[in-house]
Write a protein that binds this ligand. Structure first.
Ligand code: AOF
Ligand code: ZN
Length: 363
């Protein structure tokens, strides 16, 4: 086991936070020591023969940070004195720079220093202006050896949602649509409240709910609400870690939406943009972004229709594109948006009979 292996374990622990930790980042932490045969060593350079003494992750917004949970885990696994001894010769691996500020919880750096942990290995610095290098500086001035930038690109990708909000003052935006093999998203003769026209199969619907469980909000256009009457939740995805439904967002600039739509049921929070909270004379999506940033939403899925997807593309508001392609041909209908040419495919997989392709924007 080397630094890369341990940081990769931090990544998989961090992923368990899903959207439950939002607006915070996803963070996992591992504490490791050299094997007991090497116990006489200083223990500050965990290399070949080492093992994990504790691990933890940030599970819930407002809850303990990953480092605190990992240290607690050592204390649960070992007798209190022995735990203290182990910590004093351990290396802490964490995918984000430990915090140095008082937020909902006290600074992790204080705890790390207090425990006498001699070495900290970090993937990414925390771009939060309250931290942003101060965590590393405080650890170093306490005499702790700090290694940064281990698998930094992967760490930044893992926290692309949080990093985008902090650096761009808007959520990470995912454009998502399902299309036929000949690239239509629906037949042309859709009627109001006809119900969702589903091209893709059951596996893809479950996959979509899982993807939703990773994001903070979903936006759809007025027409999509009227024709599909969607629920926009994660009901088909069951996980022991995640339970938060995304915020549902739509528009009703002309007061035409009946309040009997599922969108308005009490099952999950809803945000509706109307002429009361948006100025139709000013760029609409810019105002939407300001509101979402104010609410600290880390990510947003644009689930259609074609008109809304195309306006996000036109306004340069996208970071990722997910396309579900069904093995059917419609011949004609509503054309799918054109994939922007500054994205590249990062994943392609089968989902039942469908193909899921995920594209990310060049950074
Ligand atoms: C860490 N470890 O596991 C996380 C960190 O309000 P609080 O106390 O939860 O602090 C939130 C901020 O702390 C968040 O914006 C980010 O800068 C950092 N998150 N830091 O050391 C963690 N989740
Ligand atoms: Zn912290």
């Amino acid at each position: 086991m080397n630094d890369f292996d341990y940081i990769r374990i931090c990544f998989s622990l961090a992923e368990k936070g899903m959207n439950s930790v939002s607006p915070n980042p996803r963070v996992g932490a591992v504490l490791a020591v050299n094997d007991f045969s090497n116990a006489g060593d200083t223990g500050t350079n965990v290399t070949g023969n080492s093992h994990i003494i504790g691990e933890g992750w940030h599970t819930q917004y407002g809850g303990a940070h990953a480092e605190v949970n990992a240290i607690d885990n050592v204390r649960q696994r070992y007798d209190i004195h022995y735990a203290g001894e182990l910590l004093r010769k351990s290396t802490l691996y964490v995918n984000l720079e430990p915090c140095s500020h008082y937020g909902k919880t006290p600074p992790c750096v204080n705890l790390i220093i207090k425990c006498g942990i001699p070495h900290v290995v970090i993937s990414c610095l925390d771009p939060n202006p309250l931290v942003n290098g101060a965590g590393v500086r405080q650890l170093r001035s306490a005499g702790i050896k700090v290694t940064t930038g281990v698998l930094e690109k992967e760490g930044a990708f893992l926290n692309r949602r949080f990093f985008t909000r902090i650096t761009k003052n808007r959520p990470y935006i995912i454009l998502k649509w399902a299309q036929s093999a000949d690239e239509f998203i629906a037949p042309s003769n859709m009627h109001p409240l006809q119900g969702s026209f589903r091209l893709t199969g059951d596996e893809t619907q479950i996959e979509n709910h899982k993807l939703r469980a990773n994001e903070d909000a979903i936006i759809v256009g007025t027409n999509t609400l009227l024709t599909d009457n969607p629920q926009l939740n994660t009901r088909l995805f069951k996980s022991e870690y995640c339970c938060k439904n995304p915020l549902r967002i739509s528009f009703d600039m002309h007061n035409i939406l009946p309040n009997t739509l599922k969108f308005f049921d009490a099952s999950q929070p809803t945000l509706l943009f109307t002429s009361k909270n948006i100025d139709p004379q000013k760029p609409i999506l810019k105002q939407v972004m300001q509101e979402l940033n104010k609410r600290k939403l880390n990510s947003l899925i644009v689930e259609g229709g074609a008109k809304l997807l195309n306006s996000f593309i036109k306004e340069d508001l996208y970071d990722e594109v997910r396309i579900y392609t069904a093995p059917v041909r419609l011949g004609n209908g509503l054309k799918a948006p054109a994939i922007p040419n500054d994205v590249e495919m990062i994943e392609e997989k089968m989902s039942g009979q469908d193909i899921i392709r995920i594209y990310a924007r060049h950074i």
